[in-house]
Write a protein that binds this ligand. Structure first.
Ligand SMILES: C[S@@+](CC[C@H](N)C(=O)[O-])C[C@H]1O[C@@H](n2cnc3c(N)ncnc32)[C@H](O)[C@@H]1O
Length: 217
């Protein structure tokens, strides 16, 4: 596994105009790299924060079987409209993962909705209620604990996350890394160095992390 990848923060896939203002997709180059690294054709690939479906679209293109969960209905409907395995895209809440009928999973690529430590709304329910960083990290820990029950033995997961400079410093990547490594074996990180100008999704840094964990003991 490489430990440093330079990548343009660009997307080959066009999206409808209405999603462009909050385009927080993971770049295809990164997602494709990890799917190829950790899976083979026919494997099941899950994204528990599916967003606009980059993981599902690329998994399908590479002849893997995609599964996804997305909280926002319009995003979920958009993904369903463009993938072939439509029934595998769930409009739901990944905090209720155990309620869904997911098959055994070979690989997870996901990028959670981010939260900075000073934020007071809950990003895990579309900012509908109040929230705080400690509760967010507890929810993330429960999500990954539940996720483990669907993972095949020896499978890998990759979590793309950044530290944040946007509203004061938040060590989000470190905190999520620690949270998940309490549950799964931390296999290492791949630093994604962003080439070119920063945009609002750069969160103040010119790099992100893909944290790799395995289901091994
Ligand atoms: C960083 S984006 C993921 C982008 C995705 N990797 C892509 O390339 O399109 C995080 C997504 O998680 C979704 N989300 C937030 N809370 C959720 C929850 N409780 N259950 C499922 N999805 C959730 C958000 O609506 C958002 O679309």
């Amino acid at each position: 596994m490489r430990t440093f990848i330079i990548c343009k923060r660009e997307h080959r896939l066009e999206i409808p105009e209405k999603f462009k203002e909050y385009d927080n997709r993971s770049p295809e180059e990164v997602v494709e790299y990890f799917i190829k690294e950790f899976t083979k054709p026919g494997d099941t690939v899950l994204d528990i924060f599916a967003g606009l479906g980059t993981t599902l679209i690329l998994a399908e293109k590479l002849n893997r079987v995609p599964y996804g969960i997305e909280y926002l209905e319009d995003r979920c409907n958009y993904v369903t409209s463009i993938i072939k395995n439509k029934e595998n895209m769930i409009h739901g809440d990944t905090r209720k993962l155990l309620d869904y009928n997911l098959p055994p999973i070979d690989f997870v690529f996901t990028s959670p909705i981010f939260m900075s430590k000073n934020e007071t709304r809950n990003p895990l329910n579309g900012y509908k209620t109040e929230g705080n960083y400690t509760k967010y990290l507890n929810d993330v820990q429960k999500i990954f604990t539940d996720l483990k029950t669907f993972l095949k033995p020896h499978s890998y997961i990759t979590v793309m996350v950044s530290n944040l400079k946007t509203e004061g410093l938040t060590t989000l990547a470190w905190d999520i890394g620690k949270t998940i490594s309490d549950i799964m074996r931390f296999e290492g990180e791949v630093i994604i160095g962003w080439e070119g100008p920063r945009d609002r999704e750069s969160f103040g840094y010119d790099h992100s992390y893909c944290l790799v964990f395995s289901n091994r003991q």
